[in-house]
Ligand binder design. Structure first.
Ligand code: NAD
Length: 492
């Protein structure tokens, strides 16, 4: 059955042709999506431009805009099971993970609703008795949100909610592989009473639909999450148009285990940090630095935990890792592991596609790769420098803290880092030396919507989440109000 898309408040077939989304765990077809083309882009942008300028939205008070987001939050929570199942079908992540992403999307909508109705505007300190100055915020206009396939509903809500809270219209271009959650979100916004035109969801090819959206003269902000090379290309477009862009890009995050770490806590944290989401996470802790003094016992425990991970059908309960997104990606992961071997690395576990069958999972039908740990490479090796985006961990022993910091920071990326130590003061000092946007100390992959998130270096520009997150979708205006009864003079 052909699935329509959401163009300017109407459900209709896009004109870009059909594209099937498939379940990576067994290759079955989820839906045939009637994707968008350049004409659909034009229609959505024109409607969005009209909708955000419409006084019925433009003059809607913050608490009234917030009411829609609160309603959406409740609807997302109420439909959590369906939304999680849809996302699992699209990207092969275990249901426990997709459920957590759905609940985080509900929390994000609620948070930005609260931010929307409680953000203040200000009167800067006054410099004259003849006028007062007010500092207010205006929307940017039409915002384009371009998202990747690994955590669709969460990345989409992180853009839609603050953009709408700030009074903009938003057009979402979800990843080719994962349009289902975004389309369902559009239904919920519609049900919550969002006026037509303020939200469109245009699935389609990034190079066609995404690029046409980014280049459109009426688009006034690009909010992008995805790979660094795509981000760089979009940044070029934003630079030509002189419009703001926020970029949440790739990573190759270091995790550091100091010699005084609690081995059990650290081993479990490291294992989760890299292998949850089958490593398909921008923040995956993909480079592991372990102090020589505890290398043997730590690695013994880490390998035991890793070999015990259950890789299986993502709809089955109790599994740790589901399928990779598709066969091309699996081959790319396998290529990195092969390269590690050629560069002198030793595969300590995994290192292969899973094949055969269990009672609940036909590995041959899907894209399942074993959790893999590699030693014997240097930090400057190809496999340590490039983002693999799969279940592959490279382990590097260290002795000296200064050398450790230099290696950890020796990466073009700067998204996140983890530190495991029982010495809080040392951990804090180390955290301040790492060139990354997030540091986890004695934990990993924990998130709070109230804490800003984003990358250093080639991991991104700008921050999402936090109260300031909504300001990324606004522009500041100063209004001077004259108080004097005298006409303007020429000197000031
Ligand atoms: P990608 O860059 O290939 O695609 C991301 C989105 O951009 C997709 O919707 C795609 O269709 C679109 N796109 C592609 N080419 C485009 C173009 N020329 N113009 C406009 N849009 C275009 O990334 P991906 O493979 O979907 O996702 C994986 C990447 O995302 C990894 O590098 C990962 O680290 C990164 N990521 C980052 C974060 C973060 O918050 N920093 C979160 C999740 C994923």
């Amino acid at each position: 059955m052909v699935k329509p898309i959401y163009i300017a408040g109407e459900w209709k077939n896009g004109r870009g042709g059909l594209r099937a989304t498939t379940f990576p765990a067994d290759g079955s077809i989820n839906a045939d999506i009637a994707t968008a083309n350049a004409d659909d882009v034009e229609e959505a942008v024109q409607a969005a431009d009209k909708a955000w300028r419409d006084p019925s939205w433009r003059h809607r008070l913050p608490h009234e805009r917030a009411a829609i987001l609160y309603k959406v939050a409740d609807l997302v929570a109420a439909r959590a099971t369906t939304l999680a199942a849809l996302q699992t079908r699209d990207n092969g992540k275990p249901l426990t993970e997709t459920m957590a992403l759905v609940m985080s999307a509900a929390g994000t909508a609620r948070y930005f609703a609260a931010a929307c109705e409680t953000l203040d505007e200000s009167l800067p300190s006054q410099r004259s008795h003849d006028y007062i100055t007010a500092s207010v915020y205006e929307p940017l206009g039409v915002v384009v949100a371009i998202t990747p396939w690994n955590s669709p509903i969460a990345s989409e809500m992180q853009k839609i909610a603050p953009a709408l809270a700030a009074g903009n219209a938003v057009i979402v271009k979800p990843a080719e592989a994962t349009p289902l959650a975004a389309l369902e979100l559009a239904r919920l916004f519609e049900e919550a009473g969002l006026p037509k035109g303020l939200l469109s969801v245009l699935p389609g090819r990034g190079s066609v639909v995404g690029e046409a959206l980014a280049r459109h003269p009426k688009v006034r902000k690009i909010a992008f999450t995805g790979g660094t090379s795509t981000g760089r290309r979009l940044a070029g477009i934003a630079a030509e148009k002189l419009i703001p862009i926020s970029l949440e890009l790739g990573g190759k995050s270091p995790t550091i285990v100091l010699e005084d770490a609690d081995i059990e806590m650290a081993a479990r944290g490291v294992c989760y940090g890299i292998f949850s989401s089958a490593g398909q996470a921008c923040i995956a802790g993909a480079r592991l630095f372990v102090h020589h003094n505890i290398y043997e016992p730590f690695m013994a425990r880490l390998l035991e935990l890793t070999r015990g991970l259950r890789v299986g059908h993502p709809e089955q309960p109790g599994i740790h890792m589901g399928s990779l997104i598709n066969m091309a990606h699996l081959e790319s992961v396998a290529g990195f592991v092969e390269r590690a071997g050629a560069d002198g690395g030793t595969i300590l576990c995994g290192g292969k596609r899973l094949t055969g069958k269990t009672e609940t999972c036909d590995y041959d039908a899907g894209c399942f790769y074993a959790p893999t740990i590699i030693s014997g490479l240097s930090n400057s090796s190809y496999v340590c420098q490039e983002e693999i985006f799969g279940p592959v961990l490279v382990v590097l022993p260290f002795d000296n803290e200064a050398d450790l910091v230099a290696q950890a920071n020796d990466s073009m990326f700067g998204l996140a880092a983890g530190i495991w130590t029982e010495n809080f003061r040392r951990g804090w000092r180390l955290a301040r030396t790492l060139d990354t946007g997030t540091v986890w100390l004695n934990t990993y992959k924990k998130f709070s919507v109230s804490a800003p998130f984003g990358g250093f270096k080639e991991s991104g520009l700008g921050r999402e989440k936090g109260r300031a997150g909504v300001r990324e979708y606004m522009q500041q205006k100063s209004i001077y109000v004259g108080l004097s009864d005298e006409p303007n003079n020429w000197s000031a």
